[in-house]
Design a protein around this ligand. Structure first.
Ligand code: COA
Length: 403
């Protein structure tokens, strides 16, 4: 007989946030030396003044890891408490393993599942939606959602129509279950793959790459139809904001802040006008970072939170659009569960977890290699036990909701 009980509703709250940006700044004037363009043209057509470019040691994983550490710090959450890590990215370090798995390993988040999500510039909205649904359904308690990109390694630096737009960086949030109403209220996700040619970057396996008979591949090449993307973006920003608000049972009058994907100031201004919302309600940082694809919304959110612009109970709408075509929006109530006072002990435990994660990863990989060389099965059992212990931390997956 089926159990007859009613589960209390669960909500998914953002309780931590962080960002990481490479140090190297590439200004519009710097770009004048690379392609036939000008500072005035770029500023007037896009609103971008400068962008950050990954240094030799910056990667999608290292930036995502740095943003994640900050988010865990704000939330005062330990790596072992994370149940799920999703990394939204179009610039993963590998086809496999996922960047999420590498970040999981670096954090020492030994109880977490991890995967990458590909929805281009809309990736963070998709990832946030997936993580929130997993929390609301009761299957997990704590999720880390990261948008991380090294777009500078994907763009064609000979194409002035695209290379001026993009930048590198990462943003992250910690989502936690709570029985307090609020948090992520509604999501809308859309896709129209017929627009595949409007914004495209082929990868291994794509016929667009023109793999030659000898296995040699043409170099990766991003292509974009700027004007079509511009038209599409202004239309879907308005549509998806209104749709998500309706789903949340709210109206434009309830909106305190919109955090849009930072692609082009003129796109946002046009959408704001068509919604009759003042630009002051739109959180913008495009002038400093350009378009950081899936990272743009969490970076802007982290900055707005750090400035204190986002206040408890504010209604915030996130909206994104990009290659796919894919687009979507999220409506959330901010700061219903304020971050706890960080304890020094937990900070120390996190630092230890990161340190031990590095040692554990190196040790396990070395042992694995050694054992496969020696084929020693008793030692394999020791290794398996070591792995198992690491995956069953105190507290496990079935903690109650955070209050
Ligand atoms: N510097 C100087 N001139 C440039 C230039 C650059 N970086 N890029 C293009 N131009 C030139 C074009 O060659 C064209 O010259 P022509 O008239 O002699 O042919 C002229 O500027 C106008 O080009 P156009 O493409 O019509 O410009 P635009 O006003 O549409 O602006 C974009 C171009 C790319 C800035 C704009 O279309 C855009 O932002 N689209 C959306 C792109 C986007 O956001 N993509 C990511 C979505 S997630």
């Amino acid at each position: 007989m089926a159990a007859n009980f009613v589960r209390a509703p669960r909500y998914a709250h953002i309780v931590g946030w962080g960002k990481a940006l490479p140090e190297r700044v590439l200004t519009n004037s710097d770009l004048e030396a690379i392609v036939d363009t000008s500072d005035a043209w770029i500023r007037e057509r896009t609103g971008i003044r400068e962008r950050r470019i990954a240094g030799e040691h910056d990667t999608t994983v290292s930036l995502g890891f740095a943003a994640a550490r900050q988010a865990l710090e704000v939330a005062d959450v330990l790596p072992a408490e994370i149940d799920l890590i999703i990394v939204a990215t179009s610039t993963p370090e590998h086809i496999f393993p996922s960047s999420a798995s590498l970040i999981q390993d670096a954090l020492g988040a030994t109880a977490a599942g991890a995967f990458d999500l590909s929805a281009a510039c809309t990736g963070f909205i998709y990832a946030l939606s997936m993580a929130a649904q997993a929390i609301i359904s009761g299957s997990i308690t704590t999720a880390l959602v990261i948008g991380s990109e090294t777009m500078s390694r994907l763009v064609n630096w000979q194409d002035r129509g695209t290379c001026i737009l993009f930048g590198d960086g990462a943003g992250a949030v910690v989502l936690r279950a709570s029985d307090i109403p609020g948090g992520i209220l509604a999501n809308v996700l859309h896709s129209d793959g017929s627009g595949r040619d409007l914004l495209n970057a082929p990868l291994v396996g794509s016929p667009d790459l023109g793999l030659r008979g000898n296995g040699e591949a043409a170099p990766f090449k991003m292509t974009m139809n700027g004007q079509e993307v511009f038209r599409f973006a202004t239309r879907v920003i308005k549509e998806s904001i209104l749709e998500a608000l309706e789903k949340a049972g709210l109206t434009l009058a309830d909106v305190d802040w919109v955090i849009p994907h930072q692609a082009n100031e003129r796109i946002i201004a046009r959408a704001a006008k068509s919604l009759d919302l003042p630009m002051e309600r739109f959180i913008m940082n495009l002038d400093q970072y350009g378009n950081t694809s899936a990272a743009s919304i969490p970076i802007a959110m982290a900055e707005a939170a750090e400035r204190g612009d986002l206040r408890p109970n504010d209604t915030v709408v996130l909206v994104a659009f990009g290659a796919g075509l894919a687009w979507g929006a999220t409506v959330l109530t901010w700061g219903v569960t304020p971050p706890p006072e960080q304890t020094r002990l937990n900070r120390y435990r996190r630092e230890m977890a990161y340190f031990l994660a590095r040692q554990r990863s190196n040790l396990v990989r070395t042992l694995r290699r050694l054992l496969s060389l020696l084929q020693l099965s008793p030692l394999r059992n020791v290794l398996r036990r070591l792995d198992h212990e690491e995956h069953t931390p105190t507290g496990g997956n079935n903690r109650g909701p955070a209050q």
